[in-house]
Design a protein around this ligand. Structure first.
Ligand code: AMP
Length: 143
């Protein structure tokens, strides 16, 4: 099971924001879309950073309400860990666990082609475990 299995099911739509938007504008997008993290894009489809709810909390703790009118580029994480369609679910789980983040943009040829969250990974792992259990039951019943 790999990233392309997840993208086939959930689609390739990714909500993005320009790095020049203010932190408040981006917070509004997160709230309106009901998402916890947004990929920040520079030119074309190139990933410039990622901003999650956690970054907004940190920004407010650091700069107070002034942070809200400042560009999101000041507060986003710039070193984004990405994956590609061929990566396995196990690889993603271990990168998310060791990096302590819950979202990974999917990049192919330097372009953003999707996003995978920890929720998508867990859902896939449960589906896989259920399939294995059903196969074992079949094997035992027919053996
Ligand atoms: P999250 O778990 O996605 O809410 O993110 C927790 C922290 O990790 C925040 O500071 C994010 O900016 C950062 N982060 C989220 N996703 C990634 C990623 N794929 N690569 C690097 N940092 C990330």
């Amino acid at each position: 099971m790999n990233v392309s299995t997840i993208l086939k099911e959930k689609g390739q739509n990714v909500i993005t924001a320009d790095s020049s938007l203010s932190l408040l504008d981006v917070a509004k997008i997160l709230s309106e879309k009901g998402i916890g993290s947004i990929v920040i894009i520079d030119t074309g489809k190139k990933v410039a950073g990622i901003l999650s709810e956690r970054d907004i909390v940190r920004s407010l703790a650091k700069a107070g309400s002034d942070a809200l009118t400042q560009p999101v580029s000041l507060y986003m994480t710039q070193k984004v860990v990405t994956c590609n369609c061929a990566d396995t679910i196990d690889t993603l789980m271990s990168k998310m666990t060791s990096g302590r983040f819950r979202h990974m943009p999917v990049v192919e040829n330097d372009e953003l082609v999707g996003i995978v969250s920890i929720g998508d990974v867990v859902k896939q792992r449960i589906a896989q475990a259920e399939m294995e259990t059903a196969a074992m039951r079949d094997y035992i019943a027919t053996g």
